[in-house]
Design a protein around this ligand. Structure first.
Ligand code: SAM
Length: 275
């Protein structure tokens, strides 16, 4: 790093993993096969990339920081199955990258920058890319939100969005001293196994996520009040209460107490009532 005059950039979330045990946990947790394509976001100085190159068919790594590219090219030069792309993962066309790779599917494996964790994961889930799993190191609190149960503090719109697209597994908890520079938060490695189809049947996906967003936007309010403030739907509070009753949900309930199945039933009932 000295040779290339590299300095850590906080705005890129550069906390590099310096613990080999954790690196092995990520690799084993992702269960990489030798005929598989791995997409990595943020290879940094290539520690994880190198370990994955030894196992996978091919690794395509997307790094935003131009100054890391010569370091990565040097460290990874012995590996012919690694491709480094200097780009912003939030603006990358992953569909084309996978299509042009010669592989049908990919696995995402990454130690993600904290600042962009949720947008990166949500973008990739919503695009329904040909990705079978995402094994990612993220801030521990965000991992807890993704795997939360209804009626808990961590439960929210992120939980439900992740549940709609995947099954979540905790691979490992990772304390902050496993990174350089040391961040102010602890991390966790989670694996999202992407579902072939959503676990619930919902007629209007967009409406369901709009309801979810409204329900958690003011989470201390009752669901009826949140729905009433939602633009685009024109029901009275009494009508909302009736619709909830019809699907066996108490009219004074808060959104944080509803499961994904109940949100999907509510979205379907509202679509029907609107028609
Ligand atoms: N993979 C390395 C490791 O495990 O030590 C580095 C992980 S570090 C937490 C995050 C990496 O993501 C950094 O290399 C950073 O420059 C890169 N990065 C930050 N924002 C990015 C973005 N929008 N697109 C691609 N890479 C990004």
């Amino acid at each position: 790093m000295e040779k290339y005059d590299f300095y850590f950039k906080k705005n890129f979330g550069q906390n590099f993993l310096i613990d080999g045990h954790v690196l092995n946990k990520i690799i084993n947790g992702a269960d990489i096969q030798e005929d598989e394509l791995v997409i990595e976001i943020g290879p940094g100085v290539g520690g994880l990339t190198e370990a994955m190159a030894k196992r996978a068919g091919k690794v395509i790594a997307i790094e935003i920081d131009k100054s890391l590219i010569p370091i990565l090219n040097e460290i990874l030069s012995p590996y012919e199955n690694v491709e480094i792309i200097n780009a912003d993962a939030l603006k990358t066309d992953f569909k084309s990258i996978i299509e042009n790779s010669g592989y049908k599917k990919a696995k995402l494996i990454a130690n993600l920058p904290y600042y962009a964790t949720t947008p990166i994961i949500m973008n990739m889930l919503e695009q329904r890319l040909p990705i079978s799993s995402m094994t990612v190191m993220i801030q521990k609190e965000v991992a807890e939100r993704m795997a939360a149960k209804p009626s808990t503090k961590s439960y929210g719109s992120l939980t439900l969005a992740v549940e709609y697209y995947s099954e979540v597994y905790l691979v490992a908890n990772v304390p902050r001293n496993c990174f350089m520079p040391r961040p102010n938060v602890d991390s966790a490695v989670i694996r999202l196994d992407i579902l072939n189809k959503p676990p619930v049947n919902v007629k209007n996906e967009e409406l369901m996520f709009k309801i979810i967003k409204a329900a958690f936007g003011q989470r201390r309010k009752t669901l009826v009040n949140c729905l009433y403030n939602l633009s685009g739907l024109n029901f009275t509070k009494e009508e909302y209460a009736d619709i909830l009753k019809k699907i066996n949900i108490q009219s004074d309930i808060r959104g944080e107490n509803l499961s994904l199945t109940q949100f999907s039933e509510l979205a379907n009932a509202l679509s029907e009532a609107e028609a």
